[in-house]
Design a protein around this ligand. Sequence first.
Ligand SMILES: O=c1ccn([C@@H]2O[C@H](COP(=O)(O)OP(=O)(O)O[C@H]3OC[C@@H](O)[C@H](O)[C@H]3O)[C@@H](O)[C@H]2O)c(=O)[nH]1
Length: 287
Amino acid sequence: MGSSELIFRGHDETQPTPDAYSPKPAKPWLFVIRPVRYLLREKRLVFFLVGMAIATVFFTILPSSSPHAHKYDPLPDSFSHISHELTTPVRYKYYEPLQVGFQSANSGGKIPLGLKRKGLRIVVTGGAGFVGSHLVDRLIARGDSVIVVDNFFTGRKENVMHHFKNPRFELIRHDVVEPLLLEVDQIYHLACPASPVHYKHNPVKTIKTNVVGTLNMLGLAKRVGARFLLTSTSEVYGDPLQHPQVETYWGNVNPIGVRSCYDEGKRTAETLAMDYHRGAGVEVGVI
Ligand SMILES: O=c1ccn([C@@H]2O[C@H](COP(=O)(O)OP(=O)(O)O[C@H]3OC[C@@H](O)[C@H](O)[C@H]3O)[C@@H](O)[C@H]2O)c(=O)[nH]1
């Protein structure tokens, strides 16, 4: 075959061309007819209607799940205000998530109708102490999985040992001044010597726990996208000149006194919480 034959593709104009392309006439209703025809074929319409009916019955009859649906409340009435404060989001000081790049998927918010509330993974530092152990009781009863991190400085294993056989409970002996990596949705940070006799016992350790411990826990919250709660103290007001203290009051603190390791430690912990919130978008609460 010559090169001219390869290049020349013309045909004799007079010859009939049986395979010539002739466009089909346009069917304007085709996009409507096709789905209708599909539904009518093999009783698909019946199945579709039955499915709709089942879904309607399911979502109408089933009650909406709620995070407060548990009937069991292990706390005596005298503690209910504490547990309420610790397990409901809005309290003394609460900071909403910043809009920039923060996912609040871990916050355990409102649950769509018909879906069961998924238990959260929560770490409670200082969970073997007085406030912490009652908080743990409440979280476990609510259906969450709890990891207690405590160095047992003042806390006791006995405070949480009734949960030892519960697969949703774990206890780690750990000092929060050392970093720790855990996959959790929420962090309740309580670990700290709380009474004067304990926090004055080793003031350097007290302020270290408040500053370095809180830094570690906020770092963890940032890393895993967890919500963070700091239990602060009224000691952050020092010798207050105003009674009662309102949130806008900044206090009257002696920075060089024997109690300063605790007061200033907690104040710095509050500062760190706010800086992680503003700077890194961590969702924090301070009570
Ligand atoms: O370095 C430390 C110090 C203390 N802890 C633990 O932290 C827990 C503190 O519990 P405590 O019973 O002493 O104190 P409370 O539960 O009364 O107060 C706790 O909650 C309220 C906050 O204001 C306090 O700062 C906080 O410690 C203990 O389990 C203790 O062992 C640590 O895990 N690490």
